[in-house]
Design a protein around this ligand. Structure first.
Ligand code: SF4
Length: 227
Protein backbone atom coordinates (compact mmCIF):
# COMPACT_ATOMS: atom_id res chain seq x y z
CA UNK A 1 0.00 0.00 0.00
CA UNK A 2 1.55 3.30 -1.08
CA UNK A 3 1.68 6.30 1.24
CA UNK A 4 -1.11 8.75 0.59
CA UNK A 5 -0.20 12.14 -0.90
CA UNK A 6 -2.38 15.20 -0.19
CA UNK A 7 -4.67 12.96 1.88
CA UNK A 8 -5.87 11.04 -1.18
CA UNK A 9 -5.56 7.37 -2.00
CA UNK A 10 -3.70 6.55 -5.20
CA UNK A 11 -6.72 6.18 -7.47
CA UNK A 12 -8.38 9.37 -6.22
CA UNK A 13 -5.11 11.26 -6.63
CA UNK A 14 -4.62 9.94 -10.19
CA UNK A 15 -8.15 10.99 -11.14
CA UNK A 16 -7.65 14.43 -9.55
CA UNK A 17 -4.45 14.83 -11.58
CA UNK A 18 -6.28 13.91 -14.80
CA UNK A 19 -9.05 16.41 -14.03
CA UNK A 20 -6.55 19.23 -13.41
CA UNK A 21 -4.47 18.40 -16.48
CA UNK A 22 -7.55 18.44 -18.74
CA UNK A 23 -7.90 22.15 -17.90
CA UNK A 24 -4.19 22.97 -17.74
CA UNK A 25 -3.40 21.52 -21.19
CA UNK A 26 -6.27 23.26 -23.01
CA UNK A 27 -3.97 25.66 -24.87
CA UNK A 28 -1.12 23.22 -25.50
CA UNK A 29 -0.34 21.66 -28.87
CA UNK A 30 -2.10 18.29 -28.92
CA UNK A 31 -0.22 15.03 -29.52
CA UNK A 32 0.32 14.08 -33.17
CA UNK A 33 -2.09 11.13 -33.03
CA UNK A 34 -4.94 13.40 -31.86
CA UNK A 35 -4.18 15.82 -34.69
CA UNK A 36 -4.20 12.97 -37.24
CA UNK A 37 -7.65 11.80 -36.07
CA UNK A 38 -9.03 15.35 -36.27
CA UNK A 39 -7.51 15.93 -39.69
CA UNK A 40 -8.19 12.59 -41.39
CA UNK A 41 -10.82 10.85 -39.23
CA UNK A 42 -10.37 7.76 -37.08
CA UNK A 43 -8.30 5.50 -39.36
CA UNK A 44 -6.14 2.81 -37.69
CA UNK A 45 -3.81 2.60 -40.68
CA UNK A 46 -2.96 6.30 -40.54
CA UNK A 47 -2.42 6.13 -36.78
CA UNK A 48 -0.14 3.14 -37.28
CA UNK A 49 1.93 4.80 -40.02
CA UNK A 50 2.20 8.15 -38.20
CA UNK A 51 3.28 6.34 -35.04
CA UNK A 52 5.99 4.43 -36.91
CA UNK A 53 7.24 7.69 -38.40
CA UNK A 54 7.31 9.31 -34.95
CA UNK A 55 9.56 6.69 -33.37
CA UNK A 56 12.85 8.36 -32.37
CA UNK A 57 11.67 11.57 -34.05
CA UNK A 58 10.06 14.69 -32.61
CA UNK A 59 6.36 15.30 -33.35
CA UNK A 60 7.29 18.64 -34.91
CA UNK A 61 9.21 16.72 -37.59
CA UNK A 62 7.18 13.52 -37.94
CA UNK A 63 3.73 15.14 -38.06
CA UNK A 64 4.35 17.29 -41.18
CA UNK A 65 5.99 14.25 -42.81
CA UNK A 66 2.92 12.11 -42.03
CA UNK A 67 0.58 14.73 -43.45
CA UNK A 68 2.73 15.02 -46.59
CA UNK A 69 2.64 11.24 -47.03
CA UNK A 70 -1.12 10.96 -46.45
CA UNK A 71 -1.76 13.53 -49.15
CA UNK A 72 -0.29 10.95 -51.55
CA UNK A 73 -1.12 7.59 -49.96
CA UNK A 74 -3.60 6.56 -47.27
CA UNK A 75 -3.86 2.77 -47.69
CA UNK A 76 -1.41 -0.17 -47.66
CA UNK A 77 -2.01 -0.63 -51.40
CA UNK A 78 -1.21 3.03 -52.13
CA UNK A 79 1.95 2.94 -49.99
CA UNK A 80 3.18 -0.16 -51.85
CA UNK A 81 2.74 1.59 -55.19
CA UNK A 82 5.34 4.20 -54.18
CA UNK A 83 8.91 3.05 -54.90
CA UNK A 84 11.03 2.94 -51.71
CA UNK A 85 13.43 5.78 -52.73
CA UNK A 86 10.45 8.06 -53.46
CA UNK A 87 8.80 7.03 -50.18
CA UNK A 88 12.04 7.87 -48.33
CA UNK A 89 12.13 11.33 -49.89
CA UNK A 90 8.45 11.88 -49.00
CA UNK A 91 9.02 11.18 -45.31
CA UNK A 92 12.38 12.96 -45.09
CA UNK A 93 13.61 14.34 -42.62
CA UNK A 94 12.18 11.87 -40.07
CA UNK A 95 14.89 9.89 -38.30
CA UNK A 96 16.03 6.76 -40.16
CA UNK A 97 13.87 7.75 -43.15
CA UNK A 98 15.42 5.18 -45.48
CA UNK A 99 14.93 2.34 -43.00
CA UNK A 100 11.42 3.57 -42.22
CA UNK A 101 10.50 3.67 -45.93
CA UNK A 102 11.46 -0.02 -46.15
CA UNK A 103 9.45 -0.70 -43.00
CA UNK A 104 6.34 1.06 -44.36
CA UNK A 105 6.50 -1.25 -47.38
CA UNK A 106 6.94 -4.36 -45.26
CA UNK A 107 4.13 -3.44 -42.84
CA UNK A 108 1.80 -2.62 -45.76
CA UNK A 109 2.61 -5.92 -47.47
CA UNK A 110 2.05 -7.88 -44.26
CA UNK A 111 -1.32 -6.18 -43.74
CA UNK A 112 -2.38 -7.13 -47.26
CA UNK A 113 -1.01 -10.70 -47.10
CA UNK A 114 -2.29 -11.63 -43.66
CA UNK A 115 -5.13 -9.26 -42.78
CA UNK A 116 -6.86 -8.46 -46.07
CA UNK A 117 -5.37 -4.96 -46.14
CA UNK A 118 -6.93 -4.06 -42.78
CA UNK A 119 -5.21 -3.19 -39.51
CA UNK A 120 -6.02 -5.90 -36.93
CA UNK A 121 -7.71 -4.76 -33.71
CA UNK A 122 -5.97 -6.98 -31.16
CA UNK A 123 -2.69 -6.58 -29.32
CA UNK A 124 -1.50 -10.10 -30.25
CA UNK A 125 -2.08 -9.60 -33.97
CA UNK A 126 -0.58 -6.11 -33.99
CA UNK A 127 2.66 -7.14 -32.30
CA UNK A 128 2.91 -10.12 -34.69
CA UNK A 129 3.71 -7.56 -37.42
CA UNK A 130 7.44 -6.94 -37.70
CA UNK A 131 8.48 -3.58 -36.23
CA UNK A 132 5.32 -3.06 -34.17
CA UNK A 133 5.83 -3.08 -30.40
CA UNK A 134 3.40 -2.68 -27.50
CA UNK A 135 3.64 1.13 -27.50
CA UNK A 136 2.62 1.46 -31.15
CA UNK A 137 0.00 -1.29 -30.76
CA UNK A 138 -1.60 0.48 -27.79
CA UNK A 139 -1.72 3.77 -29.68
CA UNK A 140 -3.40 2.06 -32.65
CA UNK A 141 -5.94 0.32 -30.40
CA UNK A 142 -6.73 3.51 -28.48
CA UNK A 143 -6.59 6.19 -31.15
CA UNK A 144 -7.29 4.06 -34.21
CA UNK A 145 -10.11 1.91 -32.85
CA UNK A 146 -11.24 3.71 -29.68
CA UNK A 147 -10.57 0.54 -27.65
CA UNK A 148 -9.39 1.31 -24.09
CA UNK A 149 -5.61 0.98 -24.27
CA UNK A 150 -2.83 2.59 -22.30
CA UNK A 151 0.06 3.71 -24.46
CA UNK A 152 3.17 4.22 -22.33
CA UNK A 153 5.79 6.33 -24.07
CA UNK A 154 8.82 8.00 -22.49
CA UNK A 155 6.72 10.89 -21.04
CA UNK A 156 4.06 8.64 -19.50
CA UNK A 157 6.73 6.39 -18.00
CA UNK A 158 8.83 9.23 -16.56
CA UNK A 159 5.99 11.35 -15.13
CA UNK A 160 4.03 8.41 -13.66
CA UNK A 161 7.15 7.50 -11.67
CA UNK A 162 7.78 11.10 -10.56
CA UNK A 163 4.15 11.28 -9.43
CA UNK A 164 4.59 8.06 -7.48
CA UNK A 165 1.59 6.50 -9.25
CA UNK A 166 3.88 3.65 -10.28
CA UNK A 167 7.27 2.36 -9.20
CA UNK A 168 8.68 0.82 -12.32
CA UNK A 169 11.80 0.39 -14.38
CA UNK A 170 10.23 -0.35 -17.77
CA UNK A 171 7.28 1.00 -19.79
CA UNK A 172 5.74 -2.49 -19.67
CA UNK A 173 5.71 -2.45 -15.86
CA UNK A 174 4.32 1.10 -15.91
CA UNK A 175 1.49 0.00 -18.21
CA UNK A 176 0.63 -2.94 -15.96
CA UNK A 177 0.63 -0.86 -12.76
CA UNK A 178 -1.36 2.00 -14.30
CA UNK A 179 -3.98 -0.42 -15.61
CA UNK A 180 -4.38 -1.80 -12.10
CA UNK A 181 -4.74 1.71 -10.71
CA UNK A 182 -6.89 3.54 -13.24
CA UNK A 183 -10.36 2.64 -14.52
CA UNK A 184 -10.25 1.90 -18.28
CA UNK A 185 -12.25 5.01 -19.21
CA UNK A 186 -9.21 7.16 -18.30
CA UNK A 187 -6.52 5.23 -20.19
CA UNK A 188 -6.55 6.99 -23.56
CA UNK A 189 -6.79 10.45 -22.01
CA UNK A 190 -4.03 9.72 -19.51
CA UNK A 191 -1.59 9.20 -22.39
CA UNK A 192 -2.56 12.43 -24.18
CA UNK A 193 -2.38 14.53 -21.05
CA UNK A 194 0.99 13.24 -19.88
CA UNK A 195 2.52 13.56 -23.34
CA UNK A 196 1.56 17.24 -23.42
CA UNK A 197 2.70 17.75 -19.82
CA UNK A 198 6.00 16.02 -20.56
CA UNK A 199 6.65 18.15 -23.63
CA UNK A 200 5.94 21.43 -21.85
CA UNK A 201 6.22 21.25 -18.03
CA UNK A 202 7.48 17.94 -16.66
CA UNK A 203 10.39 17.82 -19.08
CA UNK A 204 13.08 15.14 -18.69
CA UNK A 205 15.80 17.32 -17.19
CA UNK A 206 14.95 20.00 -14.62
CA UNK A 207 11.13 20.03 -14.81
CA UNK A 208 9.18 23.28 -14.25
CA UNK A 209 7.75 22.29 -10.84
CA UNK A 210 7.30 25.95 -9.82
CA UNK A 211 4.65 26.45 -12.52
CA UNK A 212 3.19 22.96 -12.44
CA UNK A 213 -0.58 22.78 -11.86
CA UNK A 214 -0.29 19.41 -10.10
CA UNK A 215 2.70 20.27 -7.90
CA UNK A 216 0.66 19.88 -4.68
CA UNK A 217 -0.27 16.35 -5.73
CA UNK A 218 3.25 15.34 -6.74
CA UNK A 219 5.93 13.91 -4.44
CA UNK A 220 8.52 14.61 -7.20
CA UNK A 221 10.14 11.21 -6.84
CA UNK A 222 13.63 11.05 -8.34
CA UNK A 223 13.62 14.74 -9.33
CA UNK A 224 17.07 16.07 -8.43
CA UNK A 225 16.98 19.41 -10.19
CA UNK A 226 13.88 21.49 -10.85
CA UNK A 227 12.89 24.99 -11.90
S1 SF4 B 1 5.60 18.86 -9.78
FE1 SF4 B 1 7.45 18.70 -11.01
S2 SF4 B 1 7.92 16.50 -11.09
FE2 SF4 B 1 5.78 16.71 -10.42
S3 SF4 B 1 4.57 16.57 -12.32
FE3 SF4 B 1 4.94 18.73 -11.92
S4 SF4 B 1 6.78 19.23 -13.10
FE4 SF4 B 1 6.69 16.98 -12.90
Amino acid sequence: MKKSVAGLDQEARAIRIITILRQATKNMVEPASVFIVKQFGRDPFLILISCLLSLRTRDTVSLPASVKLFEVAKTPEEILKIPIPKLASLIYPVGFYRRKAIQLHSVSKDLIDRFGGNVPATMDELVSIKGIGPKTANLVLGQGFGIPALCVDTHVHRISNRLGLVTSKTPQETEKQLKELLPAKYWIDYNHLLVMWGQNICVPISPFCSKCAISDLCPKIGVKRRR
